[in-house]
Structure formats: C-alpha cells, structure tokens
Design a binder for this molecule. Structure first.
Ligand code: HGY
Ligand code: MN
Ligand code: MN
Ligand code: MN
Length: 399
C-alpha cells in the first residue's frame, strides 16, 4: 500500500476534532484506537507489537534483540496540528517494511518500527515524554506528578490506559535494543522547497525548552476599579510576550513563542488574579538559549514589579543542542544521491535518543513549509520518495 494511502487510512483514527486539525494525544481519548490501528497494520506486515513500560509501541520484524535497527516516530499531535508531523514517520516505516518484505528481503539484524508516546507534550507539557522516560531524561516520579490541563496526573492517565506507572522510567533493556535509529519526518520548514529536492538528511536540532511564567496580581471588578488602582497581571504578561519577540528577533536564529495564555478566573468583566503564559524558546547553541530565556525573565520581573504584581517562572522542559551522528549523516547523504543536509528548529525523539545511540533523520519535502497547523502537507510522490529512501537505508543497515 502506498504511504499516502496508508496515511489516509490513519486519518480519522484517534482524532479529537474539537480543536480542528489533528489533535491526537497518546493516553487520551484516541489512545486505544491508535494502539489498535498500529498493532493491526504492523501485524499485516508480519511485525509483532510490544508496548514498553513507558507506553511506547515497538513492532518487531523477527525476534526482538539488542543492537537492533530502529525506525519510526510518533502518532500524537499538537492541538490543531497537521496530518504529517509524526504519523508520516510511523507510516513510512510500515510502508518501507512492506516493500522490503514484498521484495523477498529478510533482515539479518533485529528491526523495529517504533511509535514513541506523547512526543509533542501536548497533554502533559513535556515534549518527547515517552523517549525521555525510556532514556532517563525525566524520572518516573517527575513524570507521574505531571498534570494535564484538567489536573489529571500522568500516573492516573497511565493507569487508566492499562499501564503501571510504578514501572515507568529509564529502561536499560530497551536502550540496549537501540543499535541505531533513523526517524523520517515531514520537513517543518522550506529548505527542500528551495532546493527542489524531495528528501534531505538532518544535521542538528536547536537547543530548546518550555517555561511557565505565572503572573499574580489582584483580581477585581472590571468596571468599578479605576485604572490607577489596579494590579492587573495581564499587563506584565502582555509586555513579556512583546519582550520575548524583541529579544528573539535580536538574536541569530533564535526563536521565542508564546502560544498558550491562561487567565484566572477568566471572566470578561473580571480583572484576572493570575495569568499563566508558556514560553517556548530555542537557539542554535545552549548558552544562547539560556541567555535568551534569562533576558526574557529579567523583563518579566521588571514588568511585574511596575504593575505591583509578582511573577514565578518554572522550567518545564529543556533539551540541549543535538548534533546527529556525523558518520550516519554522511553515510545517508551518500546513499541518497547526495541528499541535502538541513538543520531543524524542531525537536524529535531521534534527538533525545542521540545521546544513547547513533541516530539520523530523513526529511520529506513539505510544499507549504507550514507545520503544527492543518496546512502541513507532503505530496504523494514525495512521500513515496521518502519511503523508498528509508527502505534503502533499512536494507543496507540490516543486510
Ligand atoms: O516542538 C517541537 O519541536 C516538536 O514538534 N515536538
Ligand atoms: Mn511537532
Ligand atoms: Mn514530530
Ligand atoms: Mn532586553
């Protein structure tokens, strides 16, 4: 089956349409549907599915074993996201296995297709939660205490989804199984459009993190309270959003985004008592990312003070700059007809696992250049080119 047709089959599975676009979160509403879909599709291709202690899905070609070749991505999405970010990597891996099987190829090394859990951090706020737990990047206790916007803890949700949260955390047996890993992903940018190529090899990932800024002031009446008598936390919050944009714009390749703001209690005729905003900040190198966030935090404290408010800043996640394995990168580039090498501003499970095994990424052209929105796209021919490139890599790595 073609990659784009298999992607179309996945389209409605586990999809929460309330926010438009693709809102799929593992452990949430569609989790069981996604798990069943993946298990069925993997079974049709002769793969045996296991769920590891951190709810990541592993589909094995042959016996599971150490030093395996691993490929895949994630099935969850951001709220209102696109159809390709994550699913294209899982579907392409299944399609690549199908084409290798149909050609009579049999791997001489264990090969696994993986779907990592909660890569977007769309529910619990920590990106790559499944691969971070697996690799020890976040402890079981820290993860189990994470709460979703409704206040439900990760531990409660794991239990409700049939997993034992007490077993979550670093999984050395699973880490030993990752000999090398390649993740295929829709490009989240315009690099391949400008290069007129369907497939690229990844070079590096920006250092990036997420911080919650909680501004506190004095809740009061919107009509009865004169402007001069207010301690309105929305004011320093708004000024901090502007400072974030200004500070990022002043720094080479830096990024600062506030896409989520929550006012408490959230009444139209009520001056908020507190305002939470979440900052997503990124930069090519770790010191620059830290300096960017420190400067934004300095402005936040200044603006809070000016309005007689306070601000409490909590780091929710952070990942240092990732450089993919240069050997694999150059090997893939040579294998794929001198494919271009591109950096990426987006984080990936392959980036988290790069600290534990040689990892690489392939990007497939996205003619819109847009991601984390319904406009995200990849043409069927480019999806086919990505799958064929991936199959070629898997064949060479397991021959
Ligand atoms: O946010 C990211 O960089 C990725 O899409 N999880
Ligand atoms: Mn994403
Ligand atoms: Mn992704
Ligand atoms: Mn400044």
């Amino acid at each position: 089956m073609s990659t784009s047709r298999l992607l179309a089959e996945l389209d409605d599975v586990g999809r929460d349409r309330r926010r438009g676009g693709y809102s799929r979160h593992v452990f949430d509403r569609g989790e069981r549907e996604l798990r069943e879909w993946f298990t069925e599709q993997a079974g049709r291709r002769g793969l045996q599915v296991e769920t590891d202690r951190n709810a990541n899905l592993w589909a094995w070609w042959g016996e599971p074993g150490d030093d395996a070749v691993v490929t895949g991505s994630h099935l969850d999405s951001v709220p209102g996201g696109g159809a390709f970010d994550g699913p294209l990597g899982v579907v392409s891996a299944l399609a690549a296995v199908e084409s290798l099987r149909d050609s009579g190829f049999r791997p001489r090394r264990p090969l696994a297709v993986v779907a990592f859990a909660e890569e977007e951090g769309g529910r619990f706020g920590v990106p790559c939660l499944g691969s971070r737990l697996l690799s020890g990047g976040i402890s079981r206790d820290a993860a189990c205490a994470l709460r979703d916007p409704d206040g439900t803890t990760f531990a409660e949700v794991m239990r409700a989804a049939g997993h034992d949260p007490e077993r979550a955390g670093r999984d050395d047996a699973a880490l030993r199984r990752i000999g090398r890993l390649v993740e295929l992903h829709v490009e989240q940018g315009k690099g391949l459009i400008d290069l007129h190529r369907p497939v690229a090899v990844a070079d590096s990932i920006l250092a990036h993190g997420r911080w919650r800024f909680r501004f506190r002031g004095e809740g009061n009446h919107a009509g009865a309270t004169p402007i001069g008598d207010r301690r309105d936390p929305m004011i320093p919050a708004a000024r901090t959003v502007l400072a974030a944009r200004r500070e990022a714009a002043a720094r080479e390749q830096a990024r600062a985004t506030v896409g989520r703001v929550e006012a408490t209690p959230g009444g139209t005729n009520v001056i908020a008592s507190a305002v939470d905003l979440w900052l997503d900040a990124r930069a090519p190198l770790h010191p620059a990312a830290r300096a960017l966030v420190d400067e934004i935090a300095r402005h936040a404290h200044e603006h809070a003070h000016d309005e007689g408010c306070t601000v409490e800043i909590t780091e929710e996640s952070y990942g240092d700059t990732v450089h993919f394995d240069p050997g694999l990168r150059d090997e893939l580039r040579a294998q794929l007809d001198d494919a271009p090498v591109l950096p990426t501003g987006a984080g990936h499970d392959a980036g988290v696992l790069a600290a534990h095994a040689p990892t690489a990424m392939l990007f497939v052209r996205n003619p819109t250049g847009v991601s984390h929105a319904p406009e995200e796209h990849a043409e069927p021919d480019d999806c086919a080119a990505g799958t064929s490139a991936l199959a070629d890599v898997l064949r060479r790595w397991t021959a």
